[in-house]
Write a new protein. Structure first.
Length: 202
């Protein structure tokens, strides 16, 4: 049925002056793009509206509110974005009609997966910090500075991975320039680092 539909659309496009080969490719691409959007939206909704709601309801039934702090709705929104992106990559990898555009799109998708992964990690670490702040020792030994340093590391690593995706180079080969970047970041976040060290010493 799908093949017949593609053939009919391709025939109509051919009537308006578009070559048959390009008409078939264009029609297939449009149908495939719609299918990708449907898959992405379905995965996102399943993660946020089904999985997220189930876990949130379970956490609200417990005696403690620590699990509520660990699993806020933002966790599932970011997880949904990540899983939807992975699903799109899996489906899109099967589309080989126009190799060059596909290569660029796949690089963008892989980069978005890296970005979404770091955002998910940031949300998880923020939840850990919220839980930690409920304990008395958090007043004397806060870990927010440590989490900020961790996020600097993760964002730097993500930037290196994204650059390697577009350049095709091994991420380890790009670590040579990370030393200079680290020195600059240490100057920018000097107060954060000193505050973290002071917190450890206490």
């Amino acid at each position: 049925m799908t093949i017949d539909l593609l053939s009919k659309v391709g025939y109509v496009l051919g009537k308006v002056g578009i070559e048959a080969a390009w008409a078939v490719k264009l029609t297939t691409f449009v149908v495939f793009a719609v299918a990708i959007v449907i898959v992405a939206v379905a995965v996102y909704l399943l993660t946020t509206k089904v999985l997220g709601k189930i876990i949130i309801k379970l956490t609200r039934k417990t005696q403690t509110n620590l699990d509520d702090m660990l699993f806020p709705p933002v966790i599932f929104r970011r997880l949904g974005m990540l899983l939807a992106s992975i699903a799109v990559v899996v489906v899109f990898s099967e589309y080989n009609y126009v190799p060059e555009p596909n290569a660029i799109i796949l690089k963008l998708l892989h980069s978005w997966i890296v970005f979404a992964s770091v955002r998910l990690v940031a949300a998880v670490l923020e939840g850990v910090n919220r839980v930690y702040e409920t304990f008395p020792m958090s007043k004397d030994r806060p870990i927010r500075m440590f989490i900020q340093l961790l996020m600097i590391f993760f964002w730097c690593a993500a930037a290196i991975v994204i650059v390697s995706i577009f350049t095709g180079k091994n991420p380890m080969a790009l670590l040579g320039g990370l030393a200079a970047l680290t020195a600059v970041l240490m100057l920018i976040f000097q107060d954060t680092i000193l505050g973290f060290v002071a917190g450890i010493q206490l």
